[in-house]
Design a protein around this ligand. Structure first.
Ligand code: GLU
Length: 446
């Protein structure tokens, strides 16, 4: 019965979303894993909950026209998918990258519903973005693009309605330009975006939060496997916000980060990545990771990002982008003795990679739990904005630490409760689903 309800919902989904491969992958993963929940609690599938959960509340697609530095007119496409607001105002980042399509935003928005629910904080799920790529653009071009993007988006968002933030390609610079235009149009200085710079309304620790939270979550997974961070060789894919601050925190708890990557290739540094050098190259200079190998003796650069999984390690943290670790990557990790994988990016492991890790008994932390520290700290930014106060670094960091520990506890307990101890995928999906479904049931059919 429960199995067939899931199958019916998924069959309808495939028919209505042709070509939306990543969204279908994410929905299949969630619905496929919650069958034990529906068996035990069939009331949660009442009132068309499954069908309503997989259909976004609202999807906005708009043209973004802007002038580049030569005076030529450029046109991009903007998106905001407001997926579900049963638990609070829509919340989720904006991604600016040439690969962004409606499919990308739907998959990310869907994941965001459950991730945000796991934080136990009042946030619904949404995502947005554009196929605009800030790489190689001047500050003026990025500003004009952001202003044009917000000129359309502003009417759909608000501090109690929908609060966007950053994601790939959207950091403090872009959030600043987006906020400036929102403020000009709405004539309110309010917490309508998170990820703002701390000197004008942002929260301390927001920039570091996803990476730090990932390391706190992985610490609990390591403990359950009888390990601790100290002395562990760690591979972290990516070198954006999430990867950088995961490396920073991993190093500060005694791990040795031996490899990091960007979309072109990876660096291997047997002495352990020099975080400060890497941060200067990636964050301050917006340079390629290849530069690191030129400036650090003993470090090697290898062309091709996917090769990073062949670097021997005890812990692997995929922090770059979706589907970056495939079956071959997972097999390479298993062969070199990897003992734990936790996702810093959204859905970085393919279903085949997860199957390989599972078959080999490697503990796996799904992104919607392990990387929830970023959005959780966004809610802490919203809380500070509405109270007109500013917490210290330690205050925010200790709240983040507590939230990540509670997320881990919920996942572990839900996995046990629904009959698959240690299965954090089931645990995360079950705990998130139960919370959202109960709220939707209470609020009636819409
Ligand atoms: N883009 C981040 C995520 O994937 C953060 C979202 C937010 O802070 O709203 O969770």
């Amino acid at each position: 019965m429960s199995q067939s309800m899931v199958q019916d919902a998924l069959a309808g989904l495939v028919e209505r979303n042709p070509g939306h491969i990543e969204f279908l992958q994410a929905a299949q993963e969630v619905l496929g894993s919650i069958v034990p929940v529906l068996v035990k609690r069939p009331e949660l599938a009442r009132d068309g909950i499954l069908e309503r959960l997989i259909e976004p509340d609202r999807q906005v697609i708009f043209r973004v026209g802007w002038f580049d530095d030569t005076g030529a007119i450029r046109v991009n496409r903007g998106f905001r998918v407001q997926f579900n607001n049963a638990l609070g105002p829509y919340k989720g980042g904006l991604r600016f990258h040439s690969s962004v399509r409606l499919d990308t935003i739907k998959f990310l928005g869907f994941e965001q519903i459950f991730k945000n629910a796991l934080t136990e904080l009042p946030m619904g799920g949404a995502k947005g973005g554009s196929d605009f790529d800030p790489h190689g653009k001047s500050d003026g071009e990025v500003m004009r693009f952001c202003q044009s993007f917000m000129t359309e988006l502003w009417r759909y968002i608000g501090a109690d309605t929908d609060v966007p933030a950053g994601d790939i390609g959207v950091g403090e610079r872009e959030i600043g330009y987006l906020f400036g235009q929102y403020k000009r149009l709405a004539n309110v200085h309010t917490g309508v975006l998170t990820g703002k710079a701390p000197h004008w309304g942002g929260s301390l620790v927001r920039k570091e939060a996803t990476g730090y939270g990932l390391v706190y979550f992985a610490a609990r997974m390591l403990a359950a496997a009888g390990l601790e961070w100290d002395g562990l060789d760690t591979v972290i894919s990516g070198s954006g916000n999430v990867a950088l601050y995961a490396a920073d925190k991993a190093e500060s708890v005694g791990a040795r980060v031996v490899a990091m990557s960007d979309s072109h290739g990876y660096v291997y540094d047997p002495q352990g990545i020099d975080f400060h050098l890497m941060r200067r190259i990636k964050e301050d200079r917006r340079d390629r990771i290849q530069a690191y190998a030129g400036e650090r003796s003993g470090a090697e650069y290898h062309e091709g990002a996917e090769g990073i999984w062949t670097v021997p390690c005890t812990v692997a943290l995929p922090c770059a982008t979706e589907n970056e670790m495939d079956e071959a990557g997972a097999r390479a990790l298993v062969a070199s003795g990897c003992r734990l994988v936790a996702e810093g990016a959204n859905m970085p492991c393919t279903p085949e990679a997860i199957r390989v890790l599972h078959e080999n008994g490697i503990p796996f932390g799904p992104g919607k739990a392990a990387n929830a520290g970023g959005v959780a700290t966004s809610l802490l930014e919203m809380a500070q904005n509405s109270q007109r106060i500013h917490w210290t670094f330690d205050e925010v960091n200790s709240r983040l630490y507590g939230i990540m520990n509670r997320i881990y506890d919920q996942c572990r307990e839900a996995a046990e409760h629904f009959g698959k101890p240690g299965d954090l995928i089931l645990g995360a999906n079950a705990a998130g689903f139960v919370r959202v479904a109960r709220a939707m049931l209470a609020q009636g059919v819409v």
